[in-house]
Write a protein that binds this ligand. Structure first.
Ligand code: 5GP
Length: 165
């Protein structure tokens, strides 16, 4: 299967944005090491680059596996959890959720609700990309890479049917 792909951002642009996000997190969490919770699978490359840019100590790395997409390019509206986080890893600590793309907001909404049940001291949201056009629930993104139009994107860890990551 072959698709025509149009480059959206250069590797340099992404690296610069990731570095800027890491600097802001460094400043905001200098006194309070956060637990980073990456939303699998799409956030794994972004999360790896982000942690390499952080100077502050972190309290942990956790992964939450949620999927809202079936095999197409439209959000199914149903979010399924495949892998959770241990409560001990999160309880009493500030959490930063790390996501690839915020689209409808449903995945984020479920991640926040789930993590709240584990009693962190705070929850912030860091996302590489925001597609605000299709939002179904309001979401506040504390650390955002870039806003993009409602196009289906791939690469930098983000797939189409497991391809193009
Ligand atoms: P939401 O629940 O906000 O609608 O969707 C969030 C998730 O849907 C993202 O974490 C990502 O996995 C997936 N998603 C949203 N937009 C895109 C896109 O343009 N391309 C790909 N491959 N996945 C997307």
């Amino acid at each position: 299967m072959h698709h025509n792909l149009i480059p959206l951002f250069s590797a340099d642009t992404i690296a610069t944005r990731v570095k800027a996000l890491a600097q802001r997190i460094d400043r905001d969490y200098a006194q309070d090491p956060p637990v980073l919770v990456g939303i699998l699978k799409g956030a794994f490359v972004f999360l790896a680059d982000l942690v390499r840019c952080l100077d502050i100590p972190i309290a942990g790395i956790e992964f939450l596996s949620l999927s809202s997409y079936g095999s197409g390019t439209e959000s199914s509206g149903q979010v399924t959890m495949h892998l959770g986080v241990s409560a001990a890893a999160v309880q009493g600590k500030p959490v930063i959720i790390v996501e690839d793309i915020i689209d409808t907001g449903l995945t984020t909404q479920m991640a926040i609700a789930y993590l709240q049940s584990l009693y962190p001291t705070s929850i912030a949201l860091c996302a590489l990309l925001d597609k605000p056009d299709r939002r179904q629930v309001p979401v506040t993104i504390d650390y955002l890479g870039m806003t993009i139009p409602d196009r289906f994107v791939v690469g930098y860890g983000i797939d189409f049917n497991q391809q193009y990551r």
